[in-house]
Write a protein that binds this ligand. Sequence first.
Ligand code: DGJ
Length: 728
Amino acid sequence: MAVQYEKLSGLFTLETENSMYQMKVDAYGFLLHLYYGKKTAGSMEYLLTYYDRGFSGNPYDADRDRTYSMDALPQEYPIWGNGDYRSPCLEVRMADGSFGSDLRYQGYEIEDGKYGIAGLPAVYGDSSIAQTLKIFMADEKSGLEIVLYYGVIPEYDVITRTVKVENRGRETVQLEKVYSACLDFLSGEYDWISFYGRHAMERTVQRTPVVHGLQVIGSRRGTSSHQYNPFLILAAHEATEDYGDCYGLSLIYSGSFKGEVEKDQYNQTRISIGIQDEQFCYELKPGEVFYAPEAAMAFSGQGLGNLSRHYHKLYRHHLCRGKYKSVPRPVLINNWEATYFDFTGDKIYEIARQAKELGVEMLVLDDGWFGKRDTDYSGLGDWKTNERKLGGTLKDLVNRINGLGMKFGLWVEPEMVSEDSELYREHPDWAFAIPGRKPVRGRSQLVLDFSRPEVVDGIYKQISMVLDSANIEYMKWDMNRSISDVYSAVMAADRQGEVLYRYVLGLYDFLERLHVNYPDLLVEGCSGGGGRFDAGMLYYCPQIWCSDNTDAIDRISIQYGTSFGYPVSAVGSHVSVAPNHQNGRVTPIDTRAAVAMAGSFGYELDLCRLTEEEKQQVKRQIEEYHKYWDVIHNGDYYRLTNPMEQDVAAWQFVREDKRESLIQVVMQNTHGNPVVPYVKAAGLDPEKRYREEDTGVVYTGAALMYGGIPVPQRAGEYLAYRMYLVQV
Ligand code: DGJ
């Protein structure tokens, strides 16, 4: 049993294969967090200490006992108003204007299988892999109730959480903050690891010690954002890739969010994550419910690599869905960097024909195929083929591409509208704008109000007509600006604080309809590259365009950061032209391919312009990708170096049965009279022997892992090496 409850002691214990999570209902009905970490087999209540502490108040029912304070005790789900002055998870403005709530334990339920959340993405799993615990808490005065949900997935050392808030009272309340999960630690010195960036430079790893005060990251942009990712790690100071305790908090949500870590006056640490509370206020009328998005917590007692592998497996097997969840995705050619807006149907056909000759399996027609869209100043919202530009209908073009033996994919940006479009002229109120103010433009476009079902319906109708008009097997769902001017024309003034949350629900509703009505469609997420690379999107899109930066060297760091919380199979990654369009860097085409192969692989350049030699290289790369696909997508992923700190970037894939492995190495720098870097392999069976494919040399797993491999030194910048190992 993954979930256990002991009535006498009030202890709830959640167990995974290698972790234990414990909380307790105390004598007053408060829910205290006791422990999360390696298994200890027993009650951890002894960790709680009680002292009379100044300025840390006591609940009224504690009477003269001044040693009992919510300000010092670890909370399971901290609530504002009961004497805990640290950053809370729940803050409610009551009908009388006060902010105090007092939620006490009412009961629990244990169910087999993993709970789901209506309208929101969630990890799924039946009774063979998961159990659910629900804990009910209520505020007697207001009638407010919350249900804390826990989904325990032992195999991956994961516990998911969400919170349902229900108004069972007689008066309307305002939810000012509803976080999804929190972890309180009584002791320990920690680092927190977060992922920051900007457009075309996403998910840079930042590791800093947790210090006194509140450290915060998040997004106010309506999307999870390029700037910060909704994924946090709390790691013991001494934790490394393969050593030490670390905890992940991953928010399965694609909108504005906040992540916080706080070291308090007693050196206790609190880490929490949830939807952004700024510009958020949700009116909960009597009888209404609100669901916080799900957060997935994972624990590793063996370092960060292991923590990442928990998330990789969880998300690959129990979050991603659809036909392409576990089958090879077609190697694609995307025309964006080859043509931008400047193409014709014949040019696209030409690119496809050349690509097919080299082994590419799908042509993706990017931005510019519809409406009046020869620049990014117009056309969004008018999802009708520009037949003049394509020289025929979309179906004609798709048929021609299919005739080559290739699949066809299409770019769309359904959440957006250009002011110069028929849609905007007809429905100006569908776009976000604050009455009487001129809206902030982003990429010269406005954002459609997806919190309104009729707007979602209207765009869905257009997009589904396109999908029904031809054999379209892939869709790239783009989103190219941060949201601003949030105001919904149909929402009452006092409910505007709900709009961004409802927007995300509208987005999910649209994506869910695609999932249900077009089960064979592969949807790739995108937001100006990786501006919405989050676990929420993975529920609908098994792959997400990782970054608009296609330079192999920058991509190494971007993909390195991404790998902490997301599987390689989710990373859309393409070989593009050199010099690179984003930073002008020149790298060998095989290096570009090595980096792009650590993902869902494709090309994004005019293959017709390659030299004959390069074309042969592309042919070989595609053959290699097919050969290694299984170990890359289904194998365990290991980060062998830190490319942000070392010249040598190296990563490795190992099949779960350890019989096969692929190591990729890229030299990020070159020096005279070079020092030879040694890369140590990981994850192999130390006792077994492995033959390296190219040289035929046989090594023991132990030698490769403990002695390492000298990286060959050749003159030349950015060279890539590969070692494919098979057990003998
Ligand atoms: C941003 C995407 O990330 C690019 O790949 C491309 O699709 C452009 N948008 C098209 O406008």
